[in-house]
Design a protein around this ligand. Sequence first.
Ligand code: APR
Length: 244
Amino acid sequence: MNKIGELREIIKQSNNIVFFGGAGVSTESNIPDFRSAKGLYNAKSEYGYSPEDMLSINFFLKHTAIFYDYYRKNILHTDAEPNDAHLALAKLERIGKLKAVITQNIDGLHQKAGSKEVLELHGTVSRHFCMNCKSSYSWMDVENAEGVPICNICSGTIRPDIVLYGEALDNDVIGKSVDYIEKADTLIIGGTSLVVYPAAGLITYFKGKNLILINREGTPYDGKANLVINESIGKVLKKALEEL
Ligand code: APR
């Protein structure tokens, strides 16, 4: 049996699947990932700062205008549509097999595809808020503003509800993610290099039967998986779910 067939059989036998994903899930929606050859972190920077620096809280506070220029050009992809990976995971949830999507992505594409239980470890660009009075703003408010978006109630600075480098993840989101992973019988990990902590560390809570890795390139956890598929995750999940 080929690997897609193996994946299909595991999915058929599983009723408590959890998905853990990263930027590689959205590349088939034309959103670049970070660390692969064409990723954001390997792109030539026109700003004289590394992308990792520009996506840190210190940089945001010190160079807010440059942050927003980079953010609008490279992080806000409001026209992106869900791809076959997002749609397959939403279907798996609809037929009662998948309990949660845990994602490092901030693009909101899982929800756009119809997934209901989505835990966003690094927040989301669909929410922005005033750092002073906490008023909420949408990505459209930010996309349509010039330069640094300012709160129209108190003139405070508006920021995206994402976890920047140097900031902690939300404890409630971590707690829920660990709970789902601990209870899962199958953990499907996809489109992530598994090099950023604490996110990557959450998968060590998995105690179930099937650990599956779907990633174009190798990851530090390949040796722990019982099925590794080094292909595009949209294609793999679409094929695996064809008969379901
Ligand atoms: N199908 C399968 N794998 C893919 C695909 C695809 N279509 N496209 C890319 N990949 C793989 C790449 O080979 C790479 O190993 O997905 C992985 C993406 O890894 P990263 O770019 O490191 O992204 P991610 O793991 O999500 O990064 C984690 O780092 O910068 C921070 O906060 C940011 O959430 C991000 C975190």
